[in-house]
Design a protein around this ligand. Structure first.
Ligand SMILES: Cc1ncc(C[n+]2csc(CCOP(=O)(O)OP(=O)(O)O)c2C)c(N)n1
Ligand SMILES: [Mg+2]
Length: 770
């Protein structure tokens, strides 16, 4: 893009002011003008917005190309809304309803906002890192021939300086360095204030070094044009200025011109006398606020100079609350202007009372042409695009043969067979794993489909004829993206790849594998992926105490409960390979369905005898969350309810107890998550006159109303114990509530009460007269 003419700079400055006004006004309106029904403070962050309006004006109205995608610092959401208001893509109604039900969201949301939001933000640090993985996905699509050069863009993150404390950012840049990631601009709003305080001074130099050592170009925008010139002319002043701590600088910005004068006079004395004479207090305050992040010329020049694809960190010095009465005050994070302060700002900005929402209020005719031109140019590139789902034909997934199988091994075989059979689905699958590719059984798939690398990477071991089951070479057609052991990165990778249809019009089918207990390591990133409605398949294996000798530190207990409370993610826990095949087919369908979701498969390394099927009726139930593996007699007084890898114990107990308790049922639960959702949805529907019972109600209604249920899961017993609430039946929940330890399966199942004896005792307790 060409550098703008001088008029554009003026127009950008005007737009900067407009954004500052509109964002402040939107927040003010929500807090002070809109009537409050519940007396709750509405909130909003006027100071966090004001510190980035120049950066965002220069970015959106000058630097962004039409394919560029931006993650906006959560607390600058109102600035993004103001930009779209100027572009005509946001309505006044939504702004008037900012933070209200159905109004503009407090933090940019892909799914809830009507404006185009490239990446949702809110949990600080995650919006930053996802841009890096999105850039990697763009490269993947290009390398696979699915994205033309003209459709490629840059990924921009607008970052609060305190966000840099989030460790996930460093995990991401390390991974990015390994993959030689490009086309990134990360722009720090370096206002040196967080929520609680001013930022630590000692860290600043370190950020520089960290990024540079990961291959980034670091561009510091410390001074605006005016201030740079003044300090260049007064060396002592410059030395003094640069020694000010973050807290001192912020305090001076808050105090204003007279305070600057007193300090300079006291600390530099005569040497600054000529300088001080040239400025009155107001001019002095204005001069020192001319930091790089508020100077349109400086920003434009810096953006124009970074047009190659080298990942670039811009450190743009700013003042939190720039131009507002609480600028620089350490407590300004959630500060709101009072009505008097707002009126002064309105007057200062030339906005007439009653015309506060007028997009270009107060801009004179001459200036208007330039502003209109910039808005027009920008409008074309920032329209909301329809979501794109791939509509890829999902083939029937064949069941791997074998009398005894583990679900984990079956998963690996299914992928291998898919790869061998070929076809569009197989070509669109992209797998990824945080250094557990082999131990989660993805190895054979990778042998077939190869590692994804920017340049060809021969398999050195294979060339040297060293025997290995893993014959992995890499190249830009590979379909497995290796990650280091950073589970947060796995989820951000899945989030970015799971948005490929939205971001690049080409849906991928991302599959990520990890050990079930380590879901917790990346939990917020997983939540973040789901929040944005990214679509993927998460395969977590091994799980539970069933991994036996591997021991307690690897034994997962609560992920089914996590899944029960996680929107956008469907939990399936198969016991058998045929269930797994059906679930994978469903998971692929859900990735491709506009109303679908992501899927979490909780698998096991335990090889168990496969069950014989007499018909296919189990399948529908398994996909819906459960089915009777052994039918109960109508009105039966007891049932065993089991999930996943402990099914052999449940079956053995069923066989033994059936002699004494004819009619005993065995319910195989494949998804407590789906059963629970169905149950609550059916309850809600009843209030709207629909009386269809949910799947779990139908299943349990086969038993007597006072039946007893023994539930069994290699997981927290609360995963299934809630089933007693569905029809008011009694429950004896078996499961794992304490940390595990090493041991054989029989030792562990006995110690943690997952064996036949425990089931028999639980059944007896339920059936004995109370
Ligand atoms: C993961 C997470 N932890 C805490 C918060 C609460 N929080 C919101 S903003 C903020 C400080 C942000 O400071 P900075 O990034 O410097 O932004 P700015 O100064 O521009 O407002 C905190 C702690 C959050 N949003 N996300
Ligand atoms: Mg800050």
């Amino acid at each position: 893009m060409l550098r703008p003419a001088t008029t554009d700079i003026q127009a950008l400055k005007i737009l900067d002011e407009r954004l500052r006004w509109l964002s402040a006004w939107t927040i003010h309106h929500a807090n002070h003008i809109r009537t409050s029904a519940d007396g709750l403070k509405v909130g909003g962050h006027q100071a966090s917005c004001a510190s980035m309006t120049a950066i965002m004006a220069a970015l959106y109205f000058h630097a962004l190309g039409e394919n560029d995608r931006v993650a906006v610092k959560p607390h600058a959401g109102p600035v993004l809304h103001a930009i779209h208001y100027l572009l005509g893509t946001q309505s006044r109604e939504a702004l008037e309803n900012f933070r209200g039900f159905g109004g503009a969201q407090s933090y940019p949301s892909r799914t809830k906002d009507r404006i185009p939001v490239d990446f949702s933000t809110g949990s600080v640090g995650l919006g930053v890192a996802i841009t890096l993985f999105a850039s990697l996905v763009q490269h993947y699509l290009t390398a696979h021939g699915w994205l033309e050069d003209k459709d490629r863009g840059r990924f921009v993150a607008l970052i609060g300086d305190a966000e840099l404390d989030e460790g996930n950012i460093y995990e991401a840049i390390i991974e990015g360095a390994k993959h030689d990631v490009r086309n990134l601009w990360w722009i720090i709003d370096y206002n040196r204030q967080s929520l609680d305080a001013t930022s630590a001074d000692r860290m600043f130099e370190r950020f520089d070094e960290i990024f540079r050592s990961c291959g980034w170009r670091v561009v510091e925008l410390r001074y605006g044009r005016k201030l740079a010139a003044a300090l260049a002319a007064h060396k002592d002043l410059k030395i003094w200025f640069e020694k000010l701590t973050n807290a001192e600088l912020s305090a001076l910005h808050y105090q204003g011109g007279a305070a600057w004068r007193t300090r300079i006079d006291a600390e530099i004395g005569k040497k600054a006398a000529t300088f001080l004479k040239d400025y009155d207090d107001e001019a002095l305050a204005s001069l020192f606020t001319d930091l790089g992040g508020h100077c349109i010329e400086t920003l434009v020049e810096a953006f124009d100079a970074a047009q190659d694809d080298v990942p670039t960190l811009f450190i743009a010095w700013t003042i939190k609350g720039f131009g507002l009465p609480f600028a620089g005050h350490k407590d300004n994070h959630a500060g709101l202007m009072n009505p008097t302060q707002l009126t002064s700002l309105r007057d200062a900005m030339g906005v007439r009372e009653g015309q506060e929402w007028e997009p270009l209020e107060g801009i004179g005719d001459n200036a208007r042409t330039g502003v209109d031109a910039l808005i027009d140019r920008t409008r074309v590139a920032r329209e909301k695009r329809a979501r794109d789902f791939g509509r890829v034909a999902i083939p029937e997934i064949p069941v791997p043969a074998g009398k005894e199988q583990s679900t984990q091994a079956a998963f690996g075989r299914i992928l291998l067979e898919l790869s061998k059979a070929g076809g569009e689905l197989a070509d669109r699958i992209v797998t990824t794993s945080p250094d557990v590719t082999v131990s989660t059984n993805l190895g054979a798939w990778v042998n077939q489909r190869g590692l994804f690398r920017r340049s060809d990477m021969p398999d050195v071991f294979a060339h040297a004829k060293i025997a290995s089951a893993q014959k992995w070479s890499g190249g830009n057609k590979g379909q497995h993206i290796e990650l280091g052991i950073a589970e947060s990165n796995l989820f951000l990778m899945l989030a970015a790849a799971g948005l490929s249809g939205d971001l690049f019009f080409r849906r991928l089918f991302p599959i990520g594998t990890l050990y079930d207990p380590f879901i917790a390591r990346g939990l917020d990133s997983l939540n973040y992926a789901c929040y944005q409605d990214a679509r993927f398949l998460l395969v977590a294996t091994p799980s539970g105490i069933t991994l036996g000798p591997e021991g307690g530190a690897h034994q997962s207990i609560n992920p089914p409960l996590i899944a029960l409370g996680q929107p956008g993610l469907r939990h399936y826990e198969p016991a058998y390979a045929d269930e797994l095949a059906a679930m994978m087919q469903e998971a692929f369908r859900l990735i491709d369905d506009p109303d679908g979701e992501s899927t979490y498969l909780r698998l096991s390394t335990r090889s168990i005898e496969q069950v014989e099927r007499t018909d296919d009726r189990w399948r529908e139930g398994a996909i819906a969350g459960g089915y009777w593996l052994r039918e109960p007699a109508p009105g039966a007084h007891a049932a065993i309810v089991a999930m996943g890898a402990v099914m052999p114990e449940a079956l053995a107990a069923w066989e033994e107890l059936s002699n004494d308790l004819p009619g005993l049922g065995l319910l195989a639960v494949t998804s407590p998550d789906l059963l629970h959702r169905g149950w609550t949805a059916a309850q809600a529907a009843r209030w709207q006159g629909q009386r269809k019972p949910s799947h779990i109600e139908q299943l349990l209604a086969r038993l007597s109303p006072d039946a007893g249920l023994v539930t069994l899961a290699d997981a927290a017993p609360a995963s299934l114990s809630w089933l007693g609430g569905v029809l008011g039946q009694r429950v004896a929940p078996l499961g794992v509530e304490k940390f595990g330890q090493t041991g054989s399966l029989s030792d562990l199942y006995a110690a943690y009460r997952l064996d036949g004896d425990a089931i028999a005792e639980a059944v007896a307790e339920l059936l004995l007269p109370q």
